[in-house]
Design a protein around this ligand. Structure first.
Ligand code: ANZ
Length: 828
């Protein structure tokens, strides 16, 4: 028998698919026909090329796509490039080439590698986020957000990363360092474009219910959004011009236990205190100023970590008036209160909040018990009692249980006009500007005021850019393309490198000068809506047509890494909801079902990395063993979602399986099928079908291995069994299967052959022993499947020698089969 030559076979089939446009996604006009939109998280084409983690998820979605096609379902399966952003630019900086050239080269490498793996993408829909035809619509969506109040500018305290020369989102900062590259990050105020994701906080949390997503990811998003119910309470401040400050609390029931109020170092009242206007002593102002300066050097995380060890703070000398009792309590500044959460001020209840308790202990502030587990009073608290209980020492609220007490306190505050119910979110608005070159320009410009009206700002004439008067670029003139820039490195100008492209930045219109926004969008922008562009990638009149939307949306299956749990997956949901409200999309959520593939570790059980020298290159595996082996191996390693180490030794088992399938299916075949084989065949079809539906690919492959072992033990395997095996194997090892399909006499690709079906009767495990009566007397017993039909029972019963002897030469007058119980035959 011929040996299987993957190096010849695989490229040949890849060419055949390409030339035959085998995987072009076509939506049938028949509304009864089902569709599946099967999407991978598209890669950013790094200089390192594909790593073995990529084909894991991509093989899984490819198996599903191929399976769905064989089930007669229309499939949209697509691939593209997330090619803007820091990684591409950093790589360009390291290698000294322009990001556009680097990106084009990297895309070419990725594409070659993906094609080499035989994925059934509709390549005619390929897109890159950097393509001006794509950028145009990314900018267009930004303008829709801007025109609807969802994009705005703000002077915000941002995470400034000098090494990267840009501002980073909170999500991109880990332990005070940049997520990419681990460079130090500092907080500083800067003009930024913001996206109002907080306007969607409630729906982003609420609609998680609609999704078939991994529990962990849903929980992560929920806690990232961080919804808290509580109250906003107002305290009068004595001697402050603004009069009062408000606090957010989740425990209004503890109001009667407030013994002081704490301000964040960033609170406006704190800032006022450091000014001469406050009238505070120079000494006190200096103390507050020093404390604020120290806090500014720390990230929120560091502040909370430090505060967990030891609380620090400064007494401001000001007092706040309790909204119900009128008692005066001191106001402190402390960095355990964060400027960016709630109102940046808290009412301190040391009896029932751990942070307040340790702060009160440190500074000798009073601790009062106002909630008791059972209503009895305790003289001294050894620790904060944080659980619910019964209100004590709370005057009119005494005796109320915690939940009831919250409502009563809020009602009282409302009556006094000093408080109300409030829902708060941890989620912050999204800092959307980047001071980098390699991103989508933000399509906004501003009026320029010149000191000398004849001056030319491109030549350095003194001018002021009116950032307070942003103007949307006319939609018809999109895209705003990046200017060619020889030096695209970040600098210390927070306006970013585009500010250096003065001929691009400044322009005249009706005799007036204007300046373009020089900030660019973050990498996340392009990936916020690429799944929509795949629907209609050649459309130059709109981002996608409604017909294309109706044909394919929503995404039925989305597969990608769990590391995108809160970044990309939250941002994309937000854009989708904004587009939903503006009438551009019809589903409240874009991704119905989400699956995360588990990380593939090195042989040493460590994360694969260049520095550890444990990286497996897919090119090497394909060269030696072929694409089908890589696909099969990655699916055979273990459950898709599991984290699992690469084990070169196990690849041999998969190679043997592939070669055995080839050898078995190319032997002389028989036209008859024995019972045992047919039983095994049906069971294998059932098992593989169920496993593919459940995306349990490793067990599906095991089942096929067992079946092939059986077939290979037969002198000439039944043709019927072999043909069905080829179809079963095809989503996993498509090149091998196509080759065998052709060798077994088929002309067309098997991509749209009906998926094999099975007969449940062959799959039932319990076989019953049934007595057979002839003319009222038991003459024998037959083994019958529980679900056996009357036909099968008759054939089995009449096949018994004892029965055949009695019936010989007589007329069969009656045949009765009581299913699972008895066969009754009357002859005469
Ligand atoms: C009084 C109180 C009494 C509180 C009590 C808790 C227990 P979550 O669930 O995270 O929303 N808080 C409010 N704003 C803060 C800020 N900017 N920085 C630090 N802490 C802040 O927590 C809300 C609670 O965290 C609020 O309820 C407030 O403390 C504190 F027995 O108010 B509580």
């Amino acid at each position: 028998p011929a040996r299987y030559d993957h190096a010849a076979v695989e490229p040949r089939w890849q060419r055949a698919w390409e030339e035959g446009e085998t995987f072009r996604a076509v939506r049938s006009a028949d509304p009864a026909r089902a569709k599946r939109y099967v999407l991978d998280m598209f890669p950013y084409p790094s200089g390192a090329g594909l790593h073995v983690g990529h084909p894991e998820g991509y093989t899984a979605t490819d198996i599903m796509s191929r399976y769905f096609r064989m089930r007669g379902i229309d499939v949209l399966h697509v691939m593209g490039w997330d090619a803007f952003g820091l990684p591409a630019e950093q790589h360009a900086l390291e290698t000294g080439t322009h990001p556009a050239d680097t990106t084009a080269r990297n895309i070419a490498t990725f594409k070659r590698q993906l094609k080499m793996l035989g994925f059934s993408y509709d390549w005619s829909r390929e897109l890159s986020t950097t393509d001006p035809r794509y950028v145009r619509w990314t900018q267009w969506i930004f303008l829709q957000l801007f025109k609807n109040g969802l994009a705005y500018q703000d002077e915000v305290s941002v995470n400034w990363c000098p090494a990267l020369g840009t501002v980073l989102a909170n999500e991109e900062v880990i332990d005070g360092k940049s997520e990419r590259g681990s460079h130090p990050v500092y907080r500083t105020p800067l003009r930024q474009w913001m996206l109002r994701i907080t306007a969607y906080a409630d729906r982003l949390a609420e609609d998680l219910r609609l999704l078939d997503w991994p529990e962990g990811t849903v929980a992560m998003q929920r806690s990232w959004i961080g919804r808290s119910e509580g109250a906003l309470i107002t305290f009068e401040v004595k001697g402050w011009g603004k009069g009062s400050l408000s606090v957010f609390t989740t425990r209004p029931d503890t109001l009667m236990g407030v013994t002081y109020v704490v301000l964040a170092p960033e609170h406006p009242l704190t800032t006022w205190l450091t000014s001469a206007e406050s009238g505070a002593s120079e000494q006190r102002r200096e103390a507050v100023r020093a404390y604020v300066a120290a806090a500014a050097g720390k990230s929120d995380r560091e502040r909370l970590a430090a505060a967990a060890r030891e609380k620090t703070g400064v007494d401001t000398g000001l007092v706040a008036v309790h909204p119900i009792t009128g008692v005066e309590v001191p106001i402190w500044v402390a960095d355990y209160v964060l400027g960016g959460y709630g109102t940046g001020a808290v009412m301190a209840v040391p009896g029932h909040d751990e942070r307040d308790f340790s702060f009160a202990r440190t500074y000798g502030l009073p601790i009062v018990e106002v909630v008791s587990p059972d209503g009895t009073l305790h003289d001294q608290l050894e620790a904060a009692y944080v659980d619910p209980g019964v209100a004590v020492r709370s005057g009119e609220f005494d005796g109320l249980a915690t939940e009831e007490c919250k409502r009563a306190v809020i009602a009282r505050l409302e009556a006094l006009g000093r408080g109300k119910r409030e829902v708060n979110y941890k989620l912050r608005d999204w800092v959307f500007s980047r001071q980098r070159y390699w991103g989508e320009p933000i399509p906004i410009y501003f009026p320029v005021e010149l000191a000398d009206p004849q001056g030319d700002p491109r030549k350095g004439a003194a001018h002021t850019i009116r950032y307070d008067q942003p103007i949307a670029v006319d939609e018809a003139s999109l895209p705003i393309e990046l200017p060619p820039l020889a030096d695209f490195r970040p600098g210390n100008d927070p306006a970013g490198p585009l500010a250096r492209a003065v001929d691009w930045r400044f322009f005249q219109q009706d005799g007036k000068w204007y300046a373009r926004e020089t900030n660019t969008m973050p990498q996340w922008a392009g990936s916020c809506w690429y799944y929509l562009r795949f629907l209609d990638p050649q459309n130059d009149a709109e981002p996608f047509s409604q017909a294309a939307y109706d044909a394919w949306m929503p995404v039925d299956l989305y597969v990608g890494g769990a590391e995108h749990g809160v970044l990309h997956l939250l941002y994309a949901r937000f854009w989708h909801k904004a587009l939903y409200d503006l009438g551009h999309v019809k589903h409240p959520e874009p991704f119905a079902k989400l699956v995360h593939q588990g990380m593939i570790l090195g042989e040493d059980n460590e994360k694969m990395s260049k520095s550890r020298g444990n990286v497996i290159n897919p090119d090497d595996i394909v060269r030696v063993h072929g694409a089908d082996v890589l696909r099969l191996y990655e699916m055979f390693m273990g459950p898709l979602e599991a984290v699992k180490p690469w084990q070169s030794a196990q690849i041999q088992g998969v190679v043997r399986f592939r070669d055995r399938v080839f050898a078995t299916c190319t032997r002389p075949l028989s036209d008859a099928m024995d019972d045992a084989t047919s039983r095994q065949l049906h069971r294998t079809i059932k098992k593989v079908t169920g496993d593919v539906e459940a995306m349990a690919f490793n067990t599906a492959i095991s089942a096929m291995m067992v079946f092939v072992n059986h077939l290979s033990s037969l002198p000439s395997p039944p043709r019927e069994a072999v043909l069905r095996l080829i179809l079963l194997v095809s989503p996993f090892a498509p090149h091998l299967a196509e080759e065998l399909w052709r060798l077994t006499g088929h002309e067309r690709s098997l991509s749209y052959e009906p998926w094999p079906t099975y007969d449940e009767a062959f799959c039932v495990d319990d076989v019953l022993e049934i007595p057979v009566q002839v003319n009222g007397k038991v003459r024998g017993r037959v083994m019958l499947a529980k679900a056996a039909s009357e036909e099968e029972a008759r054939a089995a019963a009449l096949g018994l020698e004892s029965v055949a002897a009695l019936a010989a030469g007589k007329q069969l007058k009656k045949f009765i089969y009581v299913a699972g119980k008895i066969v009754n035959i009357v002859v005469g």
